[in-house]
Design a protein around this ligand. Structure first.
Ligand code: AKG
Length: 291
């Protein structure tokens, strides 16, 4: 079992994550690290969107929620050490109580000034995996507080057994179903989390979470990574770029160039990226251009 020393998480923090389904760890990163990684992710987002000259109000409702750039570790070698940061990957292993984790994906989620709220949802229904052994980490490059795209988490909701898909991308049009109105969800506390620069906020794949609109004049710059316990299998065959790229069929173990082991790894050893790159922006199952 992963030693908590590697993750620098205390047993009390691991216990709190298991009870609440999320965990705020302040000062997880140093300012120097955050500035360096923030610059790398800014440059990667800029690079991915360099051909998109649209103004904010010309974008879809989904794109007005956040600009989503997935798998940045694959085409930006300055981002790769962030996605595979040993302390982060060890923390994922400690929280999932496993010895070995793989990267599921990383993604920048940049919420522009005027960006709409992120509707309440949990991640698991988006991901065709046969177990819920996945954890995400949400890392802001600046302080994020109320009114600035701040996250809230429904305490204990990972234990409710709710895996309803919420169309936060408005892929099917119209307003998303309001998961917070579900009686079992409404009975739990919705905890807003003010996240200072340097914080890492972890959440379980079944924890319901949402973000408020960005009413500030500044871009809310956030990077997230999702890690999964080694051994998860694909659960369904509907199109999913990264699984299809590695030719992983339903029932097969998720592995391959797109899902390298994130923990444990030798210090300084980073995985080689897959050769084929996916859409520059958008969801895994979007039919946006591939490169
Ligand atoms: O940052 C946001 O607005 C949403 C983040 C989210 O849904 C996630 O990290 O899973």
């Amino acid at each position: 079992m992963t030693n908590n020393t590697d993750s620098r998480l205390s047993q009390a923090e691991v216990d709190r994550f298991q009870a609440d389904g999320f965990l705020l760890v302040e000062d997880f990163f140093t300012n120097e690290e955050l500035d360096r990684f923030g610059e790398a992710v800014d440059a990667a987002v800029e690079h991915r969107t360099r051909d998109d000259g649209r103004k904010f109000d010309e974008k879809s409702l989904y794109e007005q929620t956040f600009l989503q750039c997935m798998r940045l570790w694959e085409d930006h070698d300055t981002v790769r050490p962030f996605t595979f940061h040993p302390k982060l990957c060890a923390a994922a292993a400690a929280l999932l109580q496993t010895d070995c984790v793989r990267i599921w994906h990383d993604q920048a989620l940049y919420k522009a000034p005027g960006g709409r709220k992120t509707d309440a949802h949990c991640d698991y229904p988006f991901w065709p995996a046969d177990t819920t052994d996945q954890v995400s980490v949400w890392i802001p490059f600046q302080d994020v507080k109320a009114g600035g795209g701040m996250m809230s988490y429904v305490k204990g909701s990972h234990r409710l057994g709710l895996t309803d898909f919420v169309d936060i991308g408005q892929l099917h049009g119209g307003e998303a179903y309001d998961l917070l109105q579900e009686p079992a969800v409404a009975a739990c506390d919705l905890d807003p989390v003010v996240a200072k620069k340097g914080s890492a906020v972890f959440h379980h794949a079944c924890t319901i979470h949402a973000a408020d609109a960005n009413d500030t004049n500044d871009m809310r710059r956030v990077m997230t990574m999702a890690y999964m316990a080694d051994g998860c299998r694909r659960s369904r065959d509907d199109a999913y770029f990264s699984l299809d790229r590695d030719n992983i069929k339903s029932g097969e173990k998720i592995r391959g160039a797109g899902f390298p082991i994130a923990w444990p790894r030798e210090p300084g050893d980073l995985p080689s990226p897959p050769k084929m790159l996916g859409p520059k922006t958008g969801f895994e199952f979007s039919d946006a251009d591939q490169r």
